[in-house]
Design a protein around this ligand. Structure first.
Ligand code: ZN
Length: 576
């Protein structure tokens, strides 16, 4: 039985309500169940479970996913562990051939890695070679880091390996994507960075696009690879990490490689800014200190701050290096060598100071409401800190930054969430933009993907939601929620459970869909055309070209009129 079949069989036989009931008490509420969330201090039941959809979601802290996600979070175990526990319970056998199966999959990966490496050296790899050389990676480093290239083709890999391996094995490894009619190559026209296990065997791939979107694409979760429990470059860094007890954590593949080339060997990559508990646990096996070196734009984002907090809560000492504006570790060592990077690491700020600094940048501390928001946000952070001297220092610094009395700030930090939380419905409604309306209808099967593609395509959705949209597209119709969930990285699952379980703030599905498509696709398209026209009108005015100006102004008025009609009539009148 393949992993995916086992997963399906387990899901069919396991009752999500029964599993969650071992950790919290659930009460029936309509078609769903509700209970107090074990992942945050929850005094109102905020966690909802839908036995029918196989999803759970906490509307208090935002955690969510399927039954496997729950077990992984609460028991802090990996996906394969969660699967094998539930499989044992369900009487689904996966164990016996598991080792054979895994070593078979590893063999395929090794051959595909070689194949990518050949492509890079072949005639079709010219652009990829130029890209790499331009970023400071010469021939020697292609070999050292096993770099490769995925051809600009939908089925080159498929044809090359179809005779040796089953299509199913290639799909299981995420090398092929199973589409509506046939499967196709996942990685196309991308520079390939193989991701290795601790023994240095390739178990997944990261691809950097030479053209097209998204810029970075990873292997999905497979029996060999779970991104939330993996760090890029760990097998190169392991000895240095053990020796120094300190890790330099960077974001991207090229950051890791550039630092290694510059002789900085205790570096690993998080493959994105938001860290997971699994990655923190992994780091904790090797080091006691982590110095985070993300580019300045992403370091202060909510997702990356949350990740840093996870590291801290795992008992690691965390500092954050501040890189010069507009630089990432890769560009820094490429232009200045190891010295400026080592200096930045040396001068890295303790996490709590960095956090307070980022807080000041996200909120306008000169205004009352900015101060209120900052206090509100800092409270959650403060309450997770156990060290008394550290708490003291945070209160002191915060009082200074906010220009408020120390004692008042201390009382505020110790208080329970003082500001009334908006009611659940209000909160959900507030978050229901056109993205959310369409996604929640798709995830509930209320609307099929083919209907949405009459008007919209993947790129119309918010960038963060695009992987979910792609998973929906891949899952086909009618929608199979467990296939969508299985296709996504762990951090994206709560978004799916939230959208799948939130009460819908509308009753007329058809009208809501029309409205959302209008806002998501039609109106922005008109706005873009208007912006272009405004530029042209300005130029025509400067040139004194009156005929042209007249013509442009007519088109402009026509578009404004169209925008008005569309707002009234809805989107489905003509194709874009
Ligand atoms: Zn919660």
């Amino acid at each position: 039985m393949s992993d995916r079949e086992a997963l399906q069989a387990v899901k069919e036989r396991i009752d999500i309500v029964a599993v969650l009931s071992r950790y919290l008490s659930l009460a029936k509420s309509g078609d769903n169940y509700k209970g107090n969330c074990p992942f945050h201090k929850d005094d109102t039941p905020s966690l909802m479970v839908s036995p029918e959809k196989g999803l759970w979601h906490c509307f208090g802290c935002g955690e969510g996913g399927d039954v496997f996600s729950f077990l992984m979070k609460i028991e802090r175990i990996s996906f394969p562990e969660a699967l094998s526990r539930l499989a044992a319970e369900a009487g689904v056998s996966i164990g016996r051939q598991e080792n054979d199966q895994l070593s078979g999959l590893r063999k395929i990966h090794a051959q595909v890695a070689e194949y990518f490496a050949e492509n890079l050296r072949g005639s079709a790899g010219k652009q990829a070679r130029e890209y790499l050389v331009g970023r400071g990676f010469d021939k020697a480093s292609w070999k050292r880091f096993d770099l490769g290239y995925a051809l600009s083709s939908w089925d080159h890999l498929k044809k090359r390996f179809a005779s040796t391996y089953t299509e199913r094995a290639l799909v299981t490894l995420g090398l092929l994507v199973s589409g509506k009619d046939r499967s196709y190559d996942r990685f196309r026209d991308r520079v390939i960075f193989p991701i290795h296990d601790l023994s240095g065997r390739p178990i997944a791939f990261g691809g950097r696009a030479l053209s097209g979107e998204p810029k970075y694409l990873n292997s999905p979760r497979t029996p060999l690879f779970d991104k939330s429990r993996q760090l890029y470059g760990l097998h190169w860094a392991r000895d240095a990490l053990r020796e120094r007890r300190s890790a330099l954590l960077v974001e991207g593949y090229t950051d890791v490689l550039s630092l290694l080339q510059a002789g900085i060997d205790n570096v690993v990559g998080s493959m994105g800014t938001s860290l997971t508990q699994g990655q923190a646990d992994l780091l904790g096996r090797f080091v006691s200190e982590v110095i985070i070196a993300y580019d300045p734009d992403s370091a202060g984002s909510a997702a990356s701050l949350r990740g840093m907090q996870i590291l801290r809560n795992s008992g690691l000492s965390v500092r954050v290096a501040r890189l010069p504006e507009g630089q990432d570790p890769d560009s820094l060592v490429r232009t200045g060598g190891a010295a400026p990077m080592l200096a930045a690491a040396e001068a890295a700020l303790p996490f709590h100071l960095f956090y307070l600094d980022a807080l000041g940048q996200r909120h306008d501390l000169g205004t009352i409401s900015g101060k209120e928001d900052a206090l509100d946000e800092a409270r959650a952070f403060y309450q997770e800190i156990a060290s008394l001297p550290l708490r003291q220092e945070i209160v002191q610094r915060l009082a200074e930054a906010l220009d408020l009395p120390v004692e008042e700030v201390r009382a505020e930090m110790a208080a329970k969430g003082r500001r009334a939380r908006p009611k659940e419905n209000e909160r959900t409604e507030e978050r229901f933009g056109p993205n959310e309306v369409i996604l929640s209808l798709l995830l509930r099967g209320a609307v099929g993907w083919s209907r949405v593609t009459e008007v919209a395509n993947v790129e119309d959705f918010a960038p963060d939601d695009r992987p979910i949209v792609r998973a929906i597209e891949t899952a086909g119709e009618p929608i199979d929620l467990s296939a969508v969930i299985a296709d996504l990285d762990e951090p994206l699952k709560p978004r799916v459970s939230a959208l799948g379980l939130s009460p819908l703030p509308f009753t007329d599905t058809e009208k809501a869909l029309e409205d959302a498509l209008l806002k998501l696709v039609r109106l922005p398209a008109i706005e873009r055309r208007l912006a272009v026209l405004r530029g042209e009108i300005e130029r025509a005015e400067q040139d004194g070209d009156h005929d042209r100006l007249n013509e442009l102004q007519q088109s402009y008025s026509a578009l404004v009129a169209e925008r008005l009609t569309r707002r009234i009539d809805g989107p489905r009148k003509e194709a874009r």
